[in-house]
Ligand binder design. Structure first.
Ligand code: GLU
Ligand code: ZN
Length: 279
Protein backbone atom coordinates (compact mmCIF):
# COMPACT_ATOMS: atom_id res chain seq x y z
CA UNK A 1 0.00 0.00 0.00
CA UNK A 2 1.18 3.51 -0.81
CA UNK A 3 1.63 5.63 2.30
CA UNK A 4 0.45 9.19 1.78
CA UNK A 5 1.53 11.80 4.29
CA UNK A 6 1.06 15.52 4.47
CA UNK A 7 2.70 18.56 6.02
CA UNK A 8 0.18 21.29 6.79
CA UNK A 9 1.72 24.60 7.91
CA UNK A 10 -0.16 27.85 8.36
CA UNK A 11 1.18 30.91 6.50
CA UNK A 12 1.17 33.04 9.64
CA UNK A 13 4.93 33.28 10.14
CA UNK A 14 8.23 31.90 8.88
CA UNK A 15 8.99 28.21 9.35
CA UNK A 16 11.32 27.38 12.24
CA UNK A 17 13.53 24.43 13.03
CA UNK A 18 10.61 22.55 14.59
CA UNK A 19 8.81 22.78 11.24
CA UNK A 20 11.92 21.47 9.50
CA UNK A 21 11.92 18.44 11.78
CA UNK A 22 8.20 17.84 11.20
CA UNK A 23 8.39 18.28 7.42
CA UNK A 24 11.44 16.01 7.05
CA UNK A 25 9.85 13.42 9.35
CA UNK A 26 6.60 13.52 7.37
CA UNK A 27 8.33 13.20 4.00
CA UNK A 28 10.45 10.28 5.26
CA UNK A 29 7.34 8.41 6.44
CA UNK A 30 5.47 8.68 3.15
CA UNK A 31 5.76 7.28 -0.34
CA UNK A 32 3.82 10.35 -1.42
CA UNK A 33 4.33 13.67 0.33
CA UNK A 34 1.59 16.28 0.17
CA UNK A 35 1.86 19.91 1.18
CA UNK A 36 -1.33 21.58 2.33
CA UNK A 37 -1.64 25.19 3.40
CA UNK A 38 -3.82 25.69 6.45
CA UNK A 39 -4.94 29.25 5.83
CA UNK A 40 -8.56 29.35 6.95
CA UNK A 41 -7.69 32.26 9.23
CA UNK A 42 -7.25 34.88 6.52
CA UNK A 43 -6.77 37.63 9.11
CA UNK A 44 -3.42 36.06 10.06
CA UNK A 45 -2.24 34.68 6.70
CA UNK A 46 0.20 36.89 4.76
CA UNK A 47 1.30 36.46 1.12
CA UNK A 48 5.03 36.49 1.96
CA UNK A 49 4.60 33.53 4.30
CA UNK A 50 3.12 31.35 1.54
CA UNK A 51 6.15 32.02 -0.65
CA UNK A 52 8.48 31.46 2.28
CA UNK A 53 6.96 28.01 2.95
CA UNK A 54 7.68 26.93 -0.64
CA UNK A 55 11.17 28.41 -0.52
CA UNK A 56 12.13 26.90 2.83
CA UNK A 57 10.80 23.43 1.99
CA UNK A 58 12.60 23.52 -1.35
CA UNK A 59 15.79 24.48 0.48
CA UNK A 60 15.28 21.40 2.70
CA UNK A 61 15.27 19.33 -0.49
CA UNK A 62 11.59 18.39 -0.31
CA UNK A 63 9.34 17.84 -3.31
CA UNK A 64 5.60 17.69 -2.98
CA UNK A 65 2.60 16.77 -5.07
CA UNK A 66 1.11 19.70 -7.03
CA UNK A 67 -1.22 21.56 -7.04
CA UNK A 68 -1.05 22.52 -3.38
CA UNK A 69 -4.41 22.62 -1.62
CA UNK A 70 -5.03 25.90 0.16
CA UNK A 71 -7.81 25.53 2.68
CA UNK A 72 -9.01 29.09 2.05
CA UNK A 73 -9.94 27.95 -1.47
CA UNK A 74 -11.78 24.87 -0.26
CA UNK A 75 -14.65 26.50 1.65
CA UNK A 76 -17.44 24.86 -0.43
CA UNK A 77 -16.26 21.42 0.76
CA UNK A 78 -16.43 22.51 4.39
CA UNK A 79 -19.86 24.08 3.85
CA UNK A 80 -21.16 20.84 2.34
CA UNK A 81 -20.02 18.97 5.45
CA UNK A 82 -21.67 21.56 7.70
CA UNK A 83 -24.90 21.16 5.73
CA UNK A 84 -24.70 17.39 6.15
CA UNK A 85 -24.17 17.75 9.92
CA UNK A 86 -27.02 20.26 10.13
CA UNK A 87 -29.34 17.77 8.43
CA UNK A 88 -28.25 15.17 10.99
CA UNK A 89 -29.32 17.55 13.77
CA UNK A 90 -25.95 17.58 15.52
CA UNK A 91 -25.04 21.28 15.18
CA UNK A 92 -26.38 24.28 17.03
CA UNK A 93 -25.66 28.01 16.87
CA UNK A 94 -23.78 29.57 19.77
CA UNK A 95 -23.38 33.30 20.26
CA UNK A 96 -21.49 33.12 23.55
CA UNK A 97 -18.35 35.25 23.66
CA UNK A 98 -15.00 33.94 24.84
CA UNK A 99 -15.56 36.08 27.92
CA UNK A 100 -18.93 34.38 28.65
CA UNK A 101 -17.22 31.01 28.42
CA UNK A 102 -14.22 31.97 30.56
CA UNK A 103 -16.54 33.35 33.20
CA UNK A 104 -18.58 30.15 33.45
CA UNK A 105 -16.94 29.28 36.75
CA UNK A 106 -18.06 25.65 36.95
CA UNK A 107 -16.70 24.63 33.55
CA UNK A 108 -13.81 22.14 33.65
CA UNK A 109 -10.66 22.71 31.60
CA UNK A 110 -10.04 20.83 28.36
CA UNK A 111 -6.98 20.71 26.09
CA UNK A 112 -8.11 23.93 24.34
CA UNK A 113 -9.24 25.90 27.38
CA UNK A 114 -12.46 25.90 29.33
CA UNK A 115 -14.94 23.31 28.20
CA UNK A 116 -18.18 24.68 26.87
CA UNK A 117 -21.09 23.86 29.15
CA UNK A 118 -23.74 23.67 26.44
CA UNK A 119 -25.46 26.96 27.27
CA UNK A 120 -26.81 27.37 23.71
CA UNK A 121 -27.65 23.71 23.01
CA UNK A 122 -31.37 24.46 22.74
CA UNK A 123 -30.90 27.15 20.05
CA UNK A 124 -31.81 26.62 16.39
CA UNK A 125 -30.20 28.32 13.40
CA UNK A 126 -33.68 29.58 12.44
CA UNK A 127 -33.88 31.43 15.80
CA UNK A 128 -30.78 33.46 15.03
CA UNK A 129 -30.53 36.89 13.40
CA UNK A 130 -29.43 36.95 9.77
CA UNK A 131 -26.14 38.67 10.60
CA UNK A 132 -24.49 35.24 11.13
CA UNK A 133 -22.94 36.45 14.33
CA UNK A 134 -22.66 32.98 15.81
CA UNK A 135 -20.51 29.90 15.76
CA UNK A 136 -21.72 26.37 15.05
CA UNK A 137 -21.00 23.84 17.77
CA UNK A 138 -21.21 20.07 17.68
CA UNK A 139 -23.68 18.66 20.19
CA UNK A 140 -21.49 15.73 21.18
CA UNK A 141 -24.33 13.79 22.83
CA UNK A 142 -26.51 14.11 19.72
CA UNK A 143 -23.48 13.16 17.61
CA UNK A 144 -22.86 9.96 19.58
CA UNK A 145 -26.39 8.78 18.80
CA UNK A 146 -25.25 8.45 15.18
CA UNK A 147 -22.20 6.37 16.07
CA UNK A 148 -22.84 2.75 17.03
CA UNK A 149 -19.44 1.35 17.97
CA UNK A 150 -16.85 2.75 20.40
CA UNK A 151 -14.17 4.66 18.48
CA UNK A 152 -10.42 4.14 18.69
CA UNK A 153 -7.42 5.46 16.81
CA UNK A 154 -4.02 3.99 16.12
CA UNK A 155 -0.90 6.05 16.68
CA UNK A 156 2.50 4.61 15.73
CA UNK A 157 3.99 5.84 19.00
CA UNK A 158 1.05 5.83 21.44
CA UNK A 159 -0.45 2.58 20.11
CA UNK A 160 -4.18 1.90 20.08
CA UNK A 161 -6.10 4.59 21.94
CA UNK A 162 -9.74 4.56 23.03
CA UNK A 163 -11.51 7.74 21.97
CA UNK A 164 -12.91 9.95 24.71
CA UNK A 165 -15.55 11.83 22.69
CA UNK A 166 -16.24 14.27 25.52
CA UNK A 167 -12.62 15.39 25.86
CA UNK A 168 -13.22 18.67 24.02
CA UNK A 169 -16.87 19.16 24.94
CA UNK A 170 -19.13 20.71 22.30
CA UNK A 171 -16.41 21.92 19.92
CA UNK A 172 -16.82 24.81 17.50
CA UNK A 173 -16.91 23.47 13.93
CA UNK A 174 -17.59 26.80 12.22
CA UNK A 175 -16.57 30.18 13.58
CA UNK A 176 -18.31 33.51 13.27
CA UNK A 177 -15.54 34.99 11.12
CA UNK A 178 -14.56 31.84 9.21
CA UNK A 179 -17.29 29.34 8.38
CA UNK A 180 -15.09 26.34 9.27
CA UNK A 181 -12.53 25.32 11.87
CA UNK A 182 -9.24 23.46 12.11
CA UNK A 183 -10.94 20.29 13.37
CA UNK A 184 -13.49 20.15 10.55
CA UNK A 185 -11.19 21.15 7.69
CA UNK A 186 -8.38 18.81 8.61
CA UNK A 187 -10.70 15.77 8.66
CA UNK A 188 -12.25 16.63 5.31
CA UNK A 189 -8.96 17.35 3.59
CA UNK A 190 -7.12 14.31 4.96
CA UNK A 191 -9.93 12.13 3.59
CA UNK A 192 -10.24 13.95 0.25
CA UNK A 193 -6.48 13.82 -0.32
CA UNK A 194 -6.27 10.14 0.61
CA UNK A 195 -3.90 10.74 3.52
CA UNK A 196 -3.52 7.40 5.29
CA UNK A 197 -0.80 8.42 7.75
CA UNK A 198 -1.28 11.70 9.58
CA UNK A 199 1.96 12.96 11.13
CA UNK A 200 2.23 16.03 13.34
CA UNK A 201 3.56 17.19 16.70
CA UNK A 202 2.43 15.33 19.79
CA UNK A 203 0.84 18.51 21.15
CA UNK A 204 -2.03 17.61 18.81
CA UNK A 205 -2.52 14.00 19.90
CA UNK A 206 -5.59 15.07 21.89
CA UNK A 207 -7.26 16.31 18.69
CA UNK A 208 -7.67 12.73 17.42
CA UNK A 209 -10.43 12.25 19.98
CA UNK A 210 -12.66 14.72 18.18
CA UNK A 211 -11.30 14.01 14.68
CA UNK A 212 -12.43 10.38 14.96
CA UNK A 213 -15.93 11.54 15.91
CA UNK A 214 -16.07 13.92 12.92
CA UNK A 215 -14.77 11.18 10.61
CA UNK A 216 -17.40 8.73 11.85
CA UNK A 217 -20.24 11.25 11.46
CA UNK A 218 -19.26 12.17 7.92
CA UNK A 219 -18.28 8.67 6.80
CA UNK A 220 -14.63 9.66 6.22
CA UNK A 221 -11.73 7.19 6.10
CA UNK A 222 -9.76 6.59 9.28
CA UNK A 223 -6.06 7.32 8.82
CA UNK A 224 -3.27 6.04 11.04
CA UNK A 225 -1.40 8.60 13.08
CA UNK A 226 2.15 9.26 14.11
CA UNK A 227 2.47 12.11 16.57
CA UNK A 228 6.13 13.00 16.87
CA UNK A 229 8.11 14.78 19.57
CA UNK A 230 8.46 18.55 19.52
CA UNK A 231 11.74 20.44 19.53
CA UNK A 232 12.38 22.86 22.38
CA UNK A 233 14.03 26.27 22.38
CA UNK A 234 16.51 27.89 24.80
CA UNK A 235 13.74 28.65 27.27
CA UNK A 236 12.48 25.09 27.23
CA UNK A 237 9.44 26.18 25.25
CA UNK A 238 8.46 24.33 22.12
CA UNK A 239 9.52 26.06 18.93
CA UNK A 240 6.49 28.06 17.89
CA UNK A 241 5.87 31.25 16.01
CA UNK A 242 4.69 33.06 19.10
CA UNK A 243 7.97 32.72 20.97
CA UNK A 244 9.90 34.19 18.04
CA UNK A 245 11.74 30.99 17.37
CA UNK A 246 14.74 30.81 15.17
CA UNK A 247 13.46 30.69 11.64
CA UNK A 248 14.95 28.62 8.85
CA UNK A 249 15.80 31.86 7.08
CA UNK A 250 17.82 33.07 10.08
CA UNK A 251 19.59 29.73 10.19
CA UNK A 252 20.28 29.84 6.44
CA UNK A 253 21.56 33.41 6.66
CA UNK A 254 24.16 32.29 9.22
CA UNK A 255 25.58 29.92 6.64
CA UNK A 256 24.21 26.61 7.91
CA UNK A 257 23.64 24.05 5.17
CA UNK A 258 20.68 21.67 4.94
CA UNK A 259 22.97 18.85 6.08
CA UNK A 260 23.96 20.94 9.12
CA UNK A 261 20.29 21.35 9.96
CA UNK A 262 19.56 17.66 9.48
CA UNK A 263 22.58 16.76 11.59
CA UNK A 264 21.77 19.00 14.48
CA UNK A 265 18.18 17.81 14.55
CA UNK A 266 19.36 14.21 14.56
CA UNK A 267 22.06 14.72 17.19
CA UNK A 268 19.81 16.95 19.28
CA UNK A 269 22.56 19.58 19.72
CA UNK A 270 20.73 22.28 17.76
CA UNK A 271 20.44 24.63 20.76
CA UNK A 272 24.20 24.60 21.30
CA UNK A 273 25.02 24.97 17.62
CA UNK A 274 22.50 27.75 17.05
CA UNK A 275 23.59 29.74 20.10
CA UNK A 276 27.24 29.41 19.03
CA UNK A 277 26.15 31.48 15.99
CA UNK A 278 24.28 33.98 18.12
CA UNK A 279 20.84 32.56 17.32
N1 GLU B 1 -1.39 23.67 10.89
C1 GLU B 1 -1.15 22.77 11.99
C2 GLU B 1 0.13 23.15 12.67
O1 GLU B 1 0.92 23.87 12.09
C3 GLU B 1 -1.05 21.36 11.49
C4 GLU B 1 -2.05 20.50 12.11
C5 GLU B 1 -2.07 19.10 11.49
O2 GLU B 1 -1.07 18.67 10.92
O3 GLU B 1 -3.11 18.46 11.60
O4 GLU B 1 0.35 22.75 13.79
ZN1 ZN C 1 -23.38 29.71 23.44
Amino acid sequence: MTTKTRFAPSPTGYLHIGHAYSALFTAAQGDEFILRIEDIDQTRARPEFYDAIYEDLTWLGLKWVKPVLKQSENMPAYQAALDQLTDMGVLYPCDCTRKDINESADAPHGPEGKLYTGHCRHKKITDMADDHNYALRLNIDAALKHISTPLTFYDHKAGKVDVDPHLLGDVVLARKETPTSYHLSVCIDDHAQGINLVTRGDDLLYACHIHRVIQALLGLDEPEYHHHKLLYDHEGKRFAKRNKSVTLRDIRAKGFSVDDVKNMIEKGDYLKRLSAEGL
